[in-house]
Design a protein around this ligand. Structure first.
Ligand code: NDP
Ligand code: 8X3
Length: 251
């Protein structure tokens, strides 16, 4: 029987790399995001390249109705979801607390925290019914240590850390594994989004060292997903070699 993985935020960065990694290993992929054109292109690419089935679903994880209407009525052949990767997320701005934008805070909380809760709640029935499953949450080093001007983003990723621990306890009874991966700096579209399209500001984030690549995180997610049934990696902090924690870099 073919395995099924559902990945949120598959239009770019980690999510796209995770879809590619699992598709290459013949997993069928449910890929989600807001940008329909990118999802369609990825869907066709994965099908043609790897001969797998894909189901692209367009929704905004912030929108509770969209999340539940997309996920509650999955075609029967997609009910056997083995892995949910809660990856969709973003940072917006990097400003001191008194200057930070309230709308940015709302968007980060609504996406990184509430979006993750909605998607998980909508997918869980497919896992609890078979008493098996694996949830992989994308945290961050920003959810392990607070850095200057990280306020709202750090808070959202601390919440991801807390939710991962909470899920792990509550879902024990259903034999559902919960893995939290907390990456450090990785060159994706993350910094472009954070700095609202300012490419030179985004580039500076990665100047002077070799950051993580999206494929590094995909390899790690794949490793976590392919351990024996009785083994679960609970929590992983992953940085490039030039980064010690959320604050210290060697450039
Ligand atoms: P990207 O910007 O490259 O990708 C983000 C993905 O999230 C996109 O596919 C985007 O899709 C999706 N997304 C964002 N908002 C929403 C939304 N409201 N609804 C649905 N999908 C959404 O960044 P990364 O790949 O780097 O980020 C992925 C995750 O990893 C995030 O949670 C981020 O916080 C975390 N992370 C990133 C690090 C980094 O340095 N890059 C380090 C640590 C953690 P679309 O726009 O099409 O909706
Ligand atoms: C992304 C990594 O250090 O920019 O979560 O917060 S960082």
């Amino acid at each position: 029987m073919t395995n099924i993985i559902l990945i949120t935020g598959a239009t770019s960065g980690f999510g796209k790399a995770i879809a590619e990694k699992f598709a290459a290993a013949k997993w069928n992929c449910i890929i989600t995001g807001r940008r329909e054109d990118r999802l369609q292109a990825l869907s066709e690419e994965l099908q043609n390249k790897y001969g797998i089935q894909t189901l692209p679903l367009v929704f905004d994880v912030q929108n509770r109705e969209q999340v539940f209407s997309a996920l509650e009525k999955l075609p029967a052949e997609w009910h056997g979801i083995d892995i949910l990767v809660n990856n969709a997320g973003l940072a917006l701005g990097r400003d001191s607390f008194e200057n930070a934008n309230l709308d940015d805070w709302d968007t980060m909380m609504d996406t990184n925290v509430k979006g993750m809760m909605y998607v998980t709640k909508a997918v869980l029935p497919y896992m609890t019914v078979k008493k098996k499953g694996h949830i992989i949450n994308m945290g961050s080093v920003a959810g392990k240590e607070v850095y200057k001007d990280g306020n709202g983003y750090c808070a959202s990723k601390y919440a991801v850390d807390a939710l991962s621990k909470s899920m792990r306890i509550d879902l024990l009874q259903h034999h559902i594994k919960v893995t939290a991966i907390h990456p450090g700096a990785a060159e994706t579209e993350f910094a472009i989004v954070r700095f609202k399209g300012d490419a030179s500001k985004a580039k500076q984030v990665y100047d002077g060292y070799t950051p993580l690549h999206a494929a590094d995180i995909a390899d790690i997610a794949f490793y976590c997903a392919n351990l024996p049934e009785h083994v679960c990696i609970n929590d992983l902090v992953v940085t490039c070699t030039a980064q010690a924690d959320a604050i210290y870099f060697h450039k």
